[in-house]
Write a protein that binds this ligand. Sequence first.
Ligand SMILES: Nc1ncnc2c1ncn2[C@@H]1O[C@H](COP(=O)(O)OP(=O)(O)OP(=O)(O)O)[C@@H](O)[C@H]1O
Ligand SMILES: [Mg+2]
Length: 332
Amino acid sequence: MNETKSSVLEPQMYPIRSTFNIPEAPEKAAIQGLKPGLLGVPKIDPFYVFETERLRDLTMFWIGGFKAMLIEGDPSAGKTSFVKQWHAKLNVPLATVACSPDTQNYQVFGQMLPTEDGKLRWHDGPVTKACRDGTSVLLDEYNILEPGQASALNLVLEGYSWTIPETGEVITPAPSTRFFATQNSIDSLAAVTGRNVMDVANEDRFFYMEVDFLKPEHEEALVLRTLLPGGVQVDVAKSIAKLTVEVANEVRIAFRNGAEAIEKPLSTRAVLRWAKLASMYTPVLKAKKQSGLHFAIRRAVKMPRTMAAAVNEYITLATGFDENLDQAMVTQ
Ligand SMILES: Nc1ncnc2c1ncn2[C@@H]1O[C@H](COP(=O)(O)OP(=O)(O)OP(=O)(O)O)[C@@H](O)[C@H]1O
Ligand SMILES: [Mg+2]
């Protein structure tokens, strides 16, 4: 039996304030990442907004020596992108396992594959490789994994050594190996099908974090930053940003309160699409006396009729005009 030595990756400190654009962070506060240039580091999204509370939770996890974090939230609340953008900024490779009910051991840990001369050679899967290098793994949509498959990760999630049965090699995870699992919660009101209740022993291994939609001021700023480079006038962009975010939050609240017509929340992704389409359609439709905002939402999000009608009403209330640009009637 041979024991693995983990390869050494060169650390680098990153100041929180400038790296994550958090002006209120203490000047000297810094987080350890790696020297730039490694394979497998996610690409930076220049529009990504880091929120202070989320960042604080992840910082505690990162510097506290924890191994595994479970991030839950509504569909599209911003779970996957948060983990990816954190790693992008700190230059730490992040291997992603897109979990499915059919995910098998070999896709996670590795397998023997034939070489050109007909022999078999071991190939590390994402978890094994991260354990050797001391990098991170994202188990995306974790509760779609078959629970037995999730339990196979129990040792690893706590940083214990394990043996590759095919080779007898003992893998001891490097101390900086970290696991991130993201999922829509099983009790989320959104109809997300195929989620499993995970084994209590497996769940017990995770630092838990809930992610909610962006705060309105952050989401508005994000919409603005995506519209302005497209040449949309500043005052038009500001008004679209304000209205789309306002309506999205109305819909999210109605969804959480169990409003019958609202079958899903509007995601940040959908808001960005809606705002962009609204800015494109508004000048074209104005001449025809039609509202770009009302028109664009139907192209930005697939909704059943009852939901579309309810959302249409929210837009009318927020803008003060209906889909034909007529002054909205205020009903009691
Ligand atoms: N803080 C943010 N700043 C900028 N964009 C964001 C932010 N949060 C989310 N987004 C955008 O919203 C979209 C959805 O985010 P993400 O994929 O992280 O959500 P998710 O919670 O993982 O969704 P799903 O449940 O569908 O997997 C992405 O396009 C992402 O870029
Ligand atoms: Mg996701």
